[in-house]
Design a protein around this ligand. Structure first.
Ligand SMILES: Cc1ncc(COP(=O)(O)O)c(C=O)c1O
Length: 406
């Protein structure tokens, strides 16, 4: 049947599907976010320099270089590298002394909500623009109370939020505006890089992201005081004079992580080019697959195409999204439900503050993110396209047989 090269076997009937006992279409697992490490030799040289110097952490030379390069890329004055994106979001909130309620979308990774709730604030979940999945400014306005201190937008899948509208609402109500830009490295809002909007933005350099530092995050801002406070808080609350003035944590990024971050960042143009090629291949493949709709990115903004997001519409073909997920897994196509369930559907949020968000829930029921990245090629995508065509053709039958298996 299938080889490691990428060519999938044809499967035009239900019997041959891996879910029902057939041989998987792909020998190796195809992943949504395989790491993009960049040039291995360059990484090894950097690691040697770390070992030689004995400077493993505490704002070493590689970290300083990485901070400067990310600040340049985002066209901002300050970048503070931190242990991960979640810590970055927490540190911004602490640095700004936020309290009370923070309005945010629920259509995001759980870390966005936890970053607020961990510090005793209340995430107030807001519905979305159904086309992009990003926070809907009209809904934000409706949710403002005397306890609201901030709006936290998420540039979902690298698509910029409605930044100008959010800024106007924040200014009119004296609220802080900041952004979870975990998906946003290398993306723009029209001509302006994501990174410089609101009071601060936070990138993730997690292993699965377009640029990784194994784990890592970057707080980027043009606010010098906020940057200084984040820098202090991420290192036990120390000031530049080494005097401790408030409670801080340890969210420093090591030199080893910075070595990977730099090398992966150097590969970013190639990684994005591969993602973009893949995205267009998927678009061709999915054009004749009814009820599996590709999320399209607004060409006015540059995207990094690290997410190939589809919406699976059961009403068209009878194929349930989770049946399709199981089907693909069995073929070694490791698709992901980004983001389903979404935040307000998880504990503790669903018990503490039950809300109904019709557009978010509609999207959450349908989303399925497909493998991409430089390790995915045209043949893989053609094979996935074949599987999807077969899956929708026999949608009702697959769903009922999957329900029997469950
Ligand atoms: C939207 C979003 N926000 C925050 C995070 C958290 O980032 P990290 O994993 O670097 O803590 C992620 C992680 O994948 C994410 O997708």
């Amino acid at each position: 049947m299938q080889s490691g090269s990428g060519k999938a076997s044809m499967k035009d009937n239900v019997r041959d599907l891996g879910l029902f006992g057939g041989v998987p279409a792909f020998h190796d697992k195809l992943l949504v976010g395989r790491p993009n490490p960049g040039d291995r030799d360059v990484f090894m040289q950097r690691m040697s320099s770390v070992l030689d110097s004995g400077w493993y952490t505490h704002h070493g030379p590689l970290l300083q270089d990485l901070e400067q390069r990310i600040a340049d890329l985002a066209e901002v004055e300050h970048c503070v590298m931190v242990a991960n994106g979640t810590s970055g979001l927490e540190l911004v909130l602490r640095a700004a002394n936020l309290s009370g309620e923070v309005i945010m979308p629920s259509m995001t990774f759980i870390a966005t909500a936890h970053s607020v709730r961990m510090h005793g604030l209340t995430p107030v979940f807001c519905d979305i623009d159904p086309d992009t999945g990003c926070i809907d400014p009209a809904e934000v306005e409706r949710l403002i109370t005397p306890r609201t201190s901030a709006i936290l937008g998420v540039h979902l899948f690298g698509q910029p939020c409605a930044i100008d509208e959010l800024r106007k609402i924040a200014d009119a109500n004296g609220l802080m505006l900041y952004f979870d830009a975990a998906h946003g490295l290398g993306c723009t809002a029209e001509q302006t890089p994501i990174g410089g909007f609101g009071q601060a933005e936070v990138f993730s350099l997690h292993t699965t992201k377009v640029v990784n530092s194994f784990e890592g995050g970057a707080v980027v801002t043009n606010d010098g005081d906020l940057a200084a406070e984040v820098r202090s808080l991420h290192c036990f609350g120390h000031g530049p004079d080494n005097v401790v003035r408030r409670v801080g944590t340890n969210a420093k990024l090591s030199e080893a992580a910075a070595a990977m971050g730099l090398t992966s960042l150097e590969a970013m143009p190639d990684s994005i080019a591969a993602n973009e090629r893949n995205y267009h291949h998927y678009r061709e493949e999915l054009a004749d697959v009814p009820g599996i709709d590709l999320l399209t990115y607004d060409p006015a903004n540059r995207n990094n195409f690290q997410y190939v997001v589809t919406k699976v519409d059961e009403s068209v073909h009878g194929l349930r999204r989770d049946a399709l997920l199981a089907l693909l897994y069995a073929e070694n196509v490791v698709a992901q439900r980004y983001f389903s369930p979404c935040c307000h559907e998880f504990e503790p949020y669903r018990s503490e503050h039950p809300v109904t968000l019709p557009r978010t829930e509609e999207m959450s029921k349908k989303v399925l993110t497909l493998p991409t990245g430089p390790s995915i090629n045209r043949e893989h995508i053609a094979g996935i396209g074949e599987l999807l065509r077969t899956a929708v053709k026999y949608g009702n039958e697959i769903t009922s047989r999957w329900l029997e298996l469950a």
